[in-house]
Design a protein around this ligand. Structure first.
Ligand SMILES: N[C@H](CCC[C@H](N)C(=O)O)C(=O)O
Length: 284
């Protein structure tokens, strides 16, 4: 029985809440999945409650599985941040959603549609999934930025976070390369709320280990340090190669929650490969 059959299981009569959910995590970046092929997309207030571990099950994003909007897509993926706002891309959640759809359909390759565009997904192992995201761009208007600046050498700083690179892979990122320990919660908000970023920005802090390896941590929109950020890993590898700090096409990105493998394609897209894990089911 596919895990997603749970979405059709009625709650116990005494259950005060009626919405079935599946929770999964990718490198400890954790998500609540709701099937909106059967139920309406929840309100921002409900998203906030579900993400709040003191009021709901707790999650770093709520992912809504919606009917496909693009031809030959298995589903549309809605990405909802903890403040109820909508994001355009989420690498770790895409791997988890792909796993659920592989399990549901028996397929081992499929397309997921999203605001950031189509995402080709492939089952690499029982709990290992690759997703092709992008293309990545450093075009200021598409990050987006509020004005034209050199996106490869950003004119803003917050403490030791200087000389960053602005990119988009569907969602906005600013990547800073450092060679020292950084108090990210102290410094990253100064970047994220800078008026240069009209939609705010995910702030990646990267340290080069060698020509194909990074260490990375990301202060994600709307303002939280996550254990892993899939889109952040893709753009950090891209920015590192752009800066001449990395070489080749295949990279390893170590995040606090674990490691992702990133392959940069010639067309600007990135193939991100990594694990997924099942957490629990329940009702919210
Ligand atoms: N908070 C991000 C979305 C989730 C990105 C991250 N969880 C990933 O795995 O890519 C944003 O607002 O753009």
């Amino acid at each position: 029985m596919p895990v997603t059959d749970f979405f059709a299981v009625a709650p116990p009569a005494a259950q005060p809440l009626s919405r079935p959910f599946i929770k999964m995590q990718g490198l400890r970046n954790h998500f609540v999945f709701l099937d909106c092929r059967l139920h309406p997309v929840p309100s921002p207030a409900d998203i906030i409650r579900i993400c709040d571990v003191h009021a709901g099950v707790g999650a770093e994003q709520v992912i809504t599985i919606e009917p496909p909007r693009a031809a030959n897509a298995a589903a549309f993926m809605g990405i909802h941040n903890i403040d109820g706002t909508v994001a355009q891309a989420c690498g770790n959640a895409t791997r988890c959603l792909a796993w659920l759809l592989f399990d549901e359909t028996g397929q081992e390759e499929l397309l997921i549609d999203s605001l950031g565009g189509p995402l080709q997904c492939r089952k690499e192992g029982p709990w290992d999934v690759s997703v092709t995201l992008g293309p990545i761009t450093t075009d200021w208007a598409r990050v987006p930025l509020a004005r034209a600046v050199d996106t490869q050498h950003l004119p803003l700083a917050s403490g030791a976070l200087t000389d960053g690179v602005a990119l988009s892979i569907g969602n906005p990122h600013a990547v800073f390369f450092v060679d020292q320990e950084i108090d990210i919660p102290a410094l990253a908000p100064g970047i994220a709320r800078d008026p240069l970023f009209p939609e705010s920005v995910n702030v990646g802090v990267a340290r080069v280990v060698d020509a194909t390896t990074l260490q990375l941590a990301v202060w994600e929109r709307p303002g939280m340090l996550t254990q892993a950020c899939g889109t952040g890993a893709c753009v950090a590898a891209y920015a590192g190669r752009l800066r001449g700090l990395l070489r080749g096409s295949d990279f390893t990105v170590h995040l606090p929650g674990g490691t992702l493998r990133i392959r940069l394609l010639d067309d600007g897209r990135a193939v991100m490969s990594g694990p997924v894990a099942f957490c629990c089911t329940g009702y919210v």
